[in-house]
Write a protein that binds this ligand. Structure first.
Ligand SMILES: *Cc1c(COP(=O)(O)O)cnc(C)c1O
Length: 350
């Protein structure tokens, strides 16, 4: 099988951990693993003196946690809604009854930052919710511009970096972001199941709300201070995460990994140009390539790849628009062969 979805092809050493006996969670050994993971994670995202909680639960769980514990302490949220993930922030605000501005950004377009600034000046929100990369389209937002605007108007910044952590450059401290979230099945390239909350040092002692039992910040933070989880952790995933963090450190840290992801994206995008597929994102993330084929169906090429080549790419709700992830292991040759196969299927469909 070849996988260009999330998490993609995973390193064999990491996969092996999944078939081995694992330690009991209520031990010092497990606590030490987690305390080390927290340290390594904070270094990778540049969050000095900050905190993490590693939850058993998918990325959306961490989004929910942020809204329940933090956004509910605010008067008005401002949401960048440029696709299904941005829209999820807005839906969550509605779900918890938080006043929110739904700022729509057209498919695969960048934000008009001048317009954004005038909207922020007019609406005066106190918390800003966005994605670094709207994974449904491939569009990367300019966090430096957003940060300048948010800081000018005193708006707290919360960023879903689920699909850019370790794929695009990101410095939480330099950008003055209060909260980031990510999950294991994207840039970390290990199986799905854990989500990670990053809290900046500025939020130390912040009076969080208590609106969700499982995700409660205070309770989870207290336990994680000693390397423990409030509830039964997906132990194997915590061990795979720790092993992956060691690999990343030994391979040269986040910049090396980001370069590797960017290289794969470049290789595949050259193939897109060769076959005449448009990459609509105005500022594409390295994490995925979203490209428009001539297919008139939403899933035909997706199905053809799966049935004929045991290969997975991501379909979408738009006819002919597919996404290939660059966060898993993939060689230049594999990417070129993938493009050739997509091209073959595209020709057959005419
Ligand atoms: C993958 C992803 C999520 C979370 O999805 P889960 O399926 O809950 O892990 C959230 N935001 C973005 C930007 C994503 O790419």
């Amino acid at each position: 099988m070849e996988s260009y979805v999330f998490p993609g092809n995973i390193d064999e050493q990491i996969m092996k951990i999944g078939s081995q006996p694992f330690i009991y969670m209520r031990t010092d050994a497990f606590s030490e693993v987690n305390k080390e993971s927290e340290r390594l994670l904070l270094e990778l995202i540049h969050c000095r003196g900050g905190r993490t909680v590693i939850y058993t639960g998918s990325g959306t769980g961490a989004m929910s946690a942020v809204v329940e514990n933090y956004v509910t302490t605010k008067q008005k949220a401002f949401v960048i809604d440029g696709g299904s993930f941005g829209h999820r922030w807005y839906q969550m605000c509605q779900y918890y009854g938080i006043a929110a501005v739904d700022y729509r950004v057209p498919f695969a377009c960048d934000i008009d930052y001048d317009d954004l600034e005038s909207q922020i000046a007019r609406e005066r929100p106190d918390v800003f919710l966005c994605q670094h990369h709207e994974t449904s389209t491939g569009q990367l937002y300019d966090l430096a511009c957003i940060s300048r605007i948010c800081h000018k108007y005193g708006v707290s910044m919360v960023v879903d970096v689920i699909s850019t952590f370790l794929a695009d450059e990101l410095d939480m401290d330099a950008l003055g972001i209060d909260i980031c979230i990510t999950s294991t099945q994207k840039g970390l390239n290990i199986p799905p199941g854990l989500s990670i909350l990053f809290l900046s040092q500025r939020l130390e002692g912040y009076p969080f709300q208590h609106r969700g039992y499982y995700w409660d910040f205070e309770d989870n933070l207290n336990n994680f201070t000693r390397g423990q989880t409030s509830f039964s952790p997906a132990t194997i995933l915590f061990l795979q995460l720790n092993a992956r963090l060691h690999q990343l450190r030994d391979e040269g840290g986040e910049h090396r990994n980001i370069q590797a992801v960017a290289h794969r994206a470049e290789v595949f995008r050259a193939e897109c140009r060769k076959y005449g597929w448009d990459v609509p994102a105005q500022r594409p993330s390295n994490a995925i390539t979203g490209f428009q084929t001539r297919d008139t169906d939403e899933r035909r090429i997706f199905k053809g790849l799966m049935e004929r080549y045991d290969t997975y790419i991501m379909p979408s709700g738009r006819p002919g628009f597919y996404r290939v992830s660059h966060m898993g292991l993939q060689t230049d040759e594999e990417l070129m062969r993938l493009a050739e196969r997509i091209h073959t299927l595209e020709l057959e469909m005419k």
